[in-house]
Design a protein around this ligand. Sequence first.
Ligand SMILES: [Zn+2]
Length: 154
Amino acid sequence: MSRFGHKVSAGAIAATAFLMLSSLFSASMFAVGCLLGSLAPDWLEVAWFSKWFGRQSLVPHRTITHWPWPWIMALAALFFAPVDGPGFWLVAGFLAGGLLHLVLDLATPAGIPLGKPFGKKQSFSLYRTGGPGEIIVSVALWGLPAIILLVRIF
Ligand SMILES: [Zn+2]
């Protein structure tokens, strides 16, 4: 998925947090974390673009930073952390945004590694990066906060 698609999708999850969390400050921290985390699997690769060689990175693309298990374990570990303060919601948002990124990348033909971090990548091949399917999925995710909002209004 493109950077734009990841941001739009993370915005839907952040908007959901604003509707679900009672504290505006906690929701804001979650939203900031979510937006940062939504691009984290890519920026953690420390990539740059070369005029002659194209995209280069310290970590090969869609390998260990796109391996879901550390993200899942970190999110699971967060359930045992005390919920007291903005740091919790910032980290929770970051991990949620990162996991959302991986789910959305899993739906592209390139996929992500589910077994070994540098092993074969798995894919659902639901849409192509930058294609109309990506836009549909990103916009469809906004259905979640929209439904919550409609339920609260009516
Ligand atoms: Zn990615």
